[in-house]
Design a binder for this molecule. Sequence first.
Ligand SMILES: [Zn+2]
Length: 602
Amino acid sequence: MSHCPDFESRFFEASASAFRQRDSRTIDLWARDNIELGTWSPWPGKISFDHTPWLIPPLRWLSSPTCHRITCVAAAAGGKSTVGEVFAAHCIAEQPGFFCWFAQTEAAAKEFAESRINQVLNNCEKVKRLLPRDWRKVRSNGILFDHMTFLVLPANISSAQSKHIRYMVCDEPWLYAPGMLMQLHKRTTKFAHNRKILELSTGSVAGDETDQAYQGGSRRDWQFKCPECGHLHVPFFSPERLDAPGGVRWAAECKKDSGVYDFDMVRKTVFYECPNCRAQFKPTEENQHKLNSGGRYTGPDEIFEHESCHWSALVSDFRLLGDFAVEFLQAKAALKRGSTELLQEFTQKRLAEAWDSSRIDAEPIRLVESTYDLGDPWPEAELRIMTVDVQKHHLWALIRDWKEGPESRLVWAGKIMTWDELRNKQVEHGIEDRFVFVDSSHFTELVYGQCCRFDWNAIKGEKAQSGFTVDIDGMQYRVPVAAANAKGTPAQLPADAPFTACELFRVSEEMTAESLHLFRTGRANGWTVPRNPPAEYLEQMSARVRRSRQHKLTGQTVWEWVTIGKAGEHLWDCERYQLAAAFLANILEGKKLEPKQHDTTG
Ligand SMILES: [Zn+2]
């Protein structure tokens, strides 16, 4: 038996309109009368967009029958969730249809359903009237209304196979598994004529699905209107050229002679400068309001089928400019120490821009040199690490000394023929078993077995572009290395192995390559190479470079690491594993404390 493809939607619309007159105003106007914000919002009471005018156009696009996809890329806590919440309430009250809200994980979905969306829906009289009397229909993953279903689900394979969806919100899609966003989209094809897909994201990674979603839309930027000269412009953090006007500034005395910043003084003296008239604006609530009133998005008034828009934290949290300036300076300082994580966080969460690691990579490779020879004693060393790359007929090993700071010296690097020879090298250099790390990516079974013989650690490389997110005491950290879910257990144990399993770590290739590149080019301090490194070391360390290419399907520029020359990249990999191991030993930093929180209005 066949039925009309949009049977479901028509049925719902018919049943809904039977007992209610439809309110045909745009969603932002409707919200002013119908949505009340609770104490979680900085502006509790009836919703008003006077302080958040950048939220109005996305709500108008959602109201347009010809617009089917809206991609908002915005600062963390910049109000983008409010767009989704108001949209959900409006759908339930005025335009019912199967509605799915996707979050990146089961836990995130649960937290959102319990803490945010239920509050918003319960504060909307029109929705409240429709809530099912049977309490069993209000579940932890959504609400089974009589006239429609509203679900909050994790973005995973089983969700992607659920039924046909008319309204879809994708929250933080850049954290979904690759390809998931497109899979979810397919669930809406039956409603191609009247579906709405709303994507809400902080800055993602250049070239990923979320970035492509933004690039494929209308690409609008929110603009300040200078209250002094009327100049409309997209607010920016620092100008392209140092001597150019505009952006976020602070007093010159904030930088001490030692090159260190006085962060308190930065907070006290920070201001935003209009690039046109050079008027200065202190970070106050009042100036935030002034700069945004009269602001508007770039681009024509016409509404497109796929709208995409962007606003940074300068727009939504202008009053916190001092904190952002300090975060920015701390991120720059971390870059000097070989860690890109803080700058990535700042770029994604504050500037709300896609992280493009090739931006920190512009100069040709010239290895930094130092003042010691290979084998010179270094009494200050605190820790010695050996890392191993495994080939079919031989091994490559590399030994480094480390001390806090970080400071590091190369001790030995070269080719080794057998596992017992490797063991001898370890003992000869006095390296503890727990500081030996062996790559198990290609010869997994073999490496697990050898690690079980000597109590070494196995590691496996993964692309993991932005590293691994780990949860510690309710805080989120982004790290270049993480323990695998299970230990490395060989199917067949070598006869002389005293252990049955070894520690197993996952290493982000992308993140360790970025850090190593900063070190080898001298842009990060402390990590050194002796005056007389082995020739093969020099060749292999220069063999990995970053190249751009055009993506075949999308035409986007994609940056990737490639190997040039014939020397191979084994010692480069060993050096990357050294950074991962030094991170595990708390010598390298690379973590950013990020309190878990959802966006709030404004
Ligand atoms: Zn001006």
